[in-house]
Design a protein around this ligand. Structure first.
Ligand code: 4NP
Length: 154
């Protein structure tokens, strides 16, 4: 089992989308995908209705997800921890206990050479077009990550 965690700030806009998109591309018997936020603001809440909507328009259901906060034990529970932006990355790294923890944390968009800005923009204060753009870049990057993961499996 390969375990992948998507992390943003609130776990209601970006990481739930990244979680739902990548999960839909991988077989559940070999891959576990989850998401979390570095902040506690939205613990227990469903994703933002605009994230649910843009996912639904692309045939992905994320409505059952529930926001949770990133915790130190996630360094043990996951093999790869993908941060949505540099601020999330710094927040996660500040909780790392050792170099093994640090080595698990990557910026998600570093996996996509076609995107120069490595931060997934926070769409929370934006409109539906911002959520559509976030979906587009997460979907393109998930394609790359899923291919890599599937081909690295025995
Ligand atoms: P997310 O977006 O980190 O992509 O889930 C945000 C959601 C909520 C807030 C900030 C960003 N907030 O300040 O409540």
């Amino acid at each position: 089992m390969t375990r992948i965690l998507m992390v943003c700030l609130g776990n209601i806009c970006r990481s739930p989308l990244a979680h739902g998109i990548l999960q839909a591309q991988l077989p559940t018997d070999k891959f576990q995908v989850d998401s979390a936020g570095t902040a506690a603001y939205h613990i227990g809440n469903p994703p933002d209705r605009r994230s649910i909507e843009v996912a639904r328009l692309n045939d992905i259901d994320i409505s059952m997800q529930s926001a949770r906060q990133f915790r130190v034990s996630d360094f043990d529970a996951f093999d790869v921890i993908y941060a949505m932006d540099n601020s999330n990355y710094t927040n996660i790294i500040s909780l790392a206990r050792n170099n093994s923890d640090i080595g698990k944390v990557k910026l998600f968009l570093e996996e996509n050479p076609a995107i120069s800005n490595k931060n997934v923009p926070d769409p929370y204060y934006g409109d539906m077009s911002d959520f559509e753009y976030v979906f587009e870049i997460l979907n393109a990057t998930s394609d790359i990550v899923a291919q890599k993961l599937l081909h690295s499996k025995p």
